[in-house]
Design a binder for this molecule. Sequence first.
Ligand SMILES: *Cc1c(COP(=O)(O)O)cnc(C)c1O
Length: 381
Amino acid sequence: MERIYLDYAATTPLDERVLAAMMPYLTSEFGNPSSLHRFGQTARAAVQTARRQVATVLNVDAKDIVFTGGGTEADNLAVLGYLRASCPSGGHIVTTAVEHAAVLQTFKALAEKGYDLTILPVGADGRVAPDSVRQALRDDTVLISVMAANNETGMIQPIEEIGTIAHEAGIVFHVDAVQGFGWFPLHPLARHIDLLSVAAHKIYGPKGCGAIYIRRGLELQPDMYGGPQERHLRAGTENVAALVGFGKACELLVAEGEKRVRHAYALKALFYKELIADSNAYCLNGTLENSVPHIINFSIAHKDRAVVLIAADRKGLALSAGSACESGAAQPSHVLTAMGLSGEELYGSVRLSLGKDTTEADIRKAVEIIRTIAGEEPNHG
Ligand SMILES: *Cc1c(COP(=O)(O)O)cnc(C)c1O
């Protein structure tokens, strides 16, 4: 059976050109970047090239990029590292109800340690109103964290407006851009972003590799102690091959990003038109406007998503319940709950996410499979 993978928001396959770039650093070029001999210097140069490639996508200086072991670690180090350095004894922190667990759980842990936490609501479209951010601010607010694009619904947050509000108030602004990365411009300098997290495996790079952009002059404190790697912020010998792969994935993103966006938009529009637009058996969660081109979240009437996902997988179609991290859990999505969904809509929600290699035939086949599962077939029981 030919399998169709439509879960690119959970992770993407390694691009073969990325693997080719990584191979030497897994074999002959195995040096430690901290070593002074030729082996070490070759590895060090490769890490610096990767840093420049990541910086280029974000339109920032390579000096302002710190590598991490993934998106979750980038979110944790950005948020906790900043608070440890600047306001270790507490303060008011602000985030949204629809953040990825990597941010939401971090903020909840901070609340338990004594920070005052405001979790902003979202509208039915899954977006935060910039005004609600403004109204939440207090004299002791020290940090605002809002994601660029939601991993379950694809909804894009008004990052530029929130950045301006944070900047005017002199409050540090962190953006979890792991899902938005590559789908729309996220230049931290133009958007008053102080800290921004990205990960390689959502853009055809290797897993366990990410980065933080840190605005010049902003102090962070590490949570691991050891060697001076990554400006003392992430001690330990670099995962050179993974960083090289991340860099190569960013280079490909620069070259092919616009094409990927156009391709995904066309396929998303096709899927919407074929399955959802004229049917009352399905409803779109979120909106087509203000969303990334590769994610579409919808509910199937009278169906439990667990049943749908298993039936789809049996027919060779890989879909998701929303967040890969929560798909094992029976709990309903915190994102869709925050958007006001309840009952059947909530339990029947499915996420489909597209990639650069998804074809029109994949989409047509997916529509057919979903229709069958939803019981649109005349002979269903
Ligand atoms: C995938 C994802 C993360 C976590 O990144 P990992 O590299 O898997 O740790 C964080 N935030 C968002 C929005 C994501 O989509």
